[in-house]
Design a binder for this molecule. Structure first.
Ligand SMILES: NC(=O)c1ccc[n+]([C@@H]2O[C@H](COP(=O)([O-])OP(=O)(O)OC[C@H]3O[C@@H](n4cnc5c(N)ncnc54)[C@H](OP(=O)(O)O)[C@@H]3O)[C@@H](O)[C@H]2O)c1
Length: 308
């Protein structure tokens, strides 16, 4: 199961696969799901203020009996209820029942208010106060990372962004910029080709590789993501024990360079189709709006046009 831990730019170490609590909901279900993930071998839990289940994650972590240093916990500042960063981290720690988190992220650049440098100073204070071992960002693009690095005393340790074959060409500059500056990329939603875009061009190469290796398509996508990050973290999820075990085993899958290229090419083709579809929708919408405006301005001529 070589999902090897990764060294961050601040000297801390991060497990390279995480289980996320985004869609787990509240109550006993997320407790059971986090507990299940820990019991199959996951030691990195990714949660956020806005997922509203930090306390359930905390309960599962406590019930696991693991020592604090045996589990890696990420949470995020999501600007929940309009609360400021310092109040939010204290609330998150209280919810989780922890005295520190391993990683604290700005969930989205729009939450970095009044601007990125000012918000980041609050994050640097959190690290200095020992409330988070590492600090980072999420959903930042290259230009936003540039602004951050331009003013930061402490560089962000990670940038958590969406990575799957249909967005890899769009995300490549951000991943490459991050790598140049020693920022680890965390890839969330790597299974979108299966969960949200089945039937797309990526299916054929992924299914063929899955058949060749006797593994599942989700395992192939995780192996591809690991390969593309080349030293990053994959953030995924599952409510099913068997799948979770499969995710961990996917760390052993070695794709050939040709297979990686085939998935890349299929992803790029799918991205082009999506762009064309979006463009077509926009053209159709503009045409519709134009037609409505024309009709509104020529209402009096309508009976003539319709021959009535
Ligand atoms: N920073 C951010 O803005 C951000 C945004 C989104 C997500 N995240 C983080 O990333 C985590 C994972 O996100 P995600 O859920 O989008 O990840 P994902 O890895 O793309 O998808 C996980 C889902 O895939 C389903 N799945 C796996 N294999 C499948 C198969 N063969 N057929 C059908 N469904 C399959 C699982 O369903 P089953 O339960 O049925 O197995 C699970 O719900 C989140 O929980 C969160 O922690 C962060």
């Amino acid at each position: 199961m070589p999902w090897k831990p990764i060294k961050l730019n601040d000297g801390c170490t991060i497990p390279s696969i995480a289980i996320g609590t985004w869609k787990m909901g509240n109550g006993q279900d997320p407790i059971d799901q986090v507990d299940q993930a820990i019991s199959v071998g996951f030691d990195h839990i990714d949660t956020a203020q806005s997922y509203r289940n930090e306390s359930e994650a905390g309960t599962a972590i406590r019930e696991s009996g693991l020592k604090r240093e045996e589990i890696y916990v990420t949470t995020k500042y999501s600007g929940l209820d309009g609360l400021d960063v310092q109040t939010s981290i204290h609330n998150s720690l209280k919810n989780l029942g922890l005295s520190y988190v391993d990683l604290y992220l700005i969930h989205h650049p729009r939450l970095a208010t009044p601007d990125i440098p000012t918000a980041w100073k609050e994050f640097e204070k959190i690290k200095a106060d020992g409330l988070a071992k590492s600090i980072g960002v999420s959903n930042f693009d290259e230009s936003q990372l540039k602004i951050l690095i331009g003013s930061a005393k402490v560089k962000p340790a990670v940038n958590q962004i969406m990575v799957h074959p249909y967005v890899i060409s769009q995300q490549a500059p951000t991943i490459s910029y991050a790598r140049t500056h020693g920022i680890v990329t965390e890839a969330y939603s790597p299974l979108i080709p299966i969960t949200h875009m089945p039937g797309g061009p990526v299916d054929a190469p992924v299914d063929a590789i899955a058949r060749r290796l006797g593994v599942t398509p989700d395992q192939v996508l995780l192996a591809w993501t690991k390969e593309k990050l080349g030293g990053g973290v994959v953030v995924t999820a599952s409510s099913k024990k068997e799948r979770l075990e499969g995710y961990l085993n996917a760390g052993d899958i070695a794709l050939t360079a040709d297979e990686v290229v085939k998935i890349d090419a299929a992803g790029a083709a799918g991205a082009r189709q999506l762009t064309a579809k979006k463009l077509l929708k926009r053209v159709a919408a503009s045409f519709l709006v134009g037609a409505i405006i024309y009709i509104l301005f020529h209402l009096d001529e309508l009976p003539k046009v319709l021959g009535t």
